[in-house]
Write a new protein. Structure first.
Length: 256
């Protein structure tokens, strides 16, 4: 039986930035990148992006019933936190280790090269989790469990190649990206689809953008807070929000 879901579908090189906060249990909100104007829709409505000369704005459409299968697959909603992970990733200081080296490598860059469930714990400085599954072998579930990452030169999480990456949140997680300029200019930077879900929280503080994705970004749960010097979420195809709570703020890290 299909369930109804509140969703924001934002297309055409969407950006979400400025100050926009919402809870999909009541309504959904999105802000454009021109001056912080927010646009809200009630649960069950669809919001699409319209490009303008001054930027990309979110505009409400007529009411529609949105089901999970319209915009979200089972993998976007699946809870894998009770399953046995294929590998543990432990972050500590300036390095990270992966428990199964047949699935990746350890060091300043922790690399994941195949599908599976990866449980991440610990804290780090200038460590990047790189997902590079060149064969796109299947879904990669990255469980962030009380993780704290700070990086001054590269994204905290970088998706170079994958079929789909699902970031599942457990506990409180923090990603801080302090680079002043970079080609890979988001605390989470992905060249393939990314989903964020779970029962935990993710707080992103970035001097540049919060999340940058060349394809689809989906949020189906958890509490996501992004403070960025530029754009909160920047997606090449769409941003789809079907659950959870979210807040995006435009603010330089120096402002606190």
């Amino acid at each position: 039986m299909k369930k109804k879901a509140a969703a924001i579908l934002l297309t055409a090189c969407l950006v979400i930035s400025a100050a926009a906060c919402g809870n999909t249990g009541n309504n959904t909100s999105a802000a454009d990148n021109t001056g912080g104007t927010s646009h809200s829709t009630a649960a069950g409505q669809e919001t699409k992006a319209n490009e303008t000369a001054s930027g990309t704005e979110a505009a409400s459409s007529a009411e529609s019933t949105v089901t999970e299968n319209d915009y979200f697959s089972n993998s976007d909603l699946k809870d894998v936190t009770t399953e046995t992970p294929n590998a543990e990733i432990t972050l500590s200081g300036s390095a990270g280790t992966i428990s199964d080296t047949t699935r990746g490598s350890s060091g300043e860059t922790v690399t994941i090269t195949s599908k599976g469930i990866y449980h991440v714990t610990g804290s780090s400085e200038d460590v990047t989790i790189l997902i590079n599954d060149e064969t796109e072998s299947g879904n990669i579930y990255l469980i962030l469990d009380g993780v704290s990452m700070t990086n001054s030169s590269a994204p905290c999480i970088l998706v170079e190649a994958a079929d789909k990456v699902i970031i599942q949140l457990a506990g409180e997680n923090n990603l801080t990206y302090t680079a002043s300029s970079a080609d890979e200019d988001g605390a989470i930077y992905a060249k393939d689809d990314v989903t964020i879900n779970g029962t935990g929280s993710l707080t992103i503080a970035s001097a540049l953008h919060g999340i940058v994705c060349k394809d689809d970004v989906k949020i189906t749960g958890a509490v996501v807070t992004i403070t960025a010097g530029s754009i909160g979420i920047k997606a090449g195809d769409s941003v789809r929000i079907g659950g959870g709570q979210f807040c995006f703020r435009r603010r330089s890290l120096q402002e606190g």
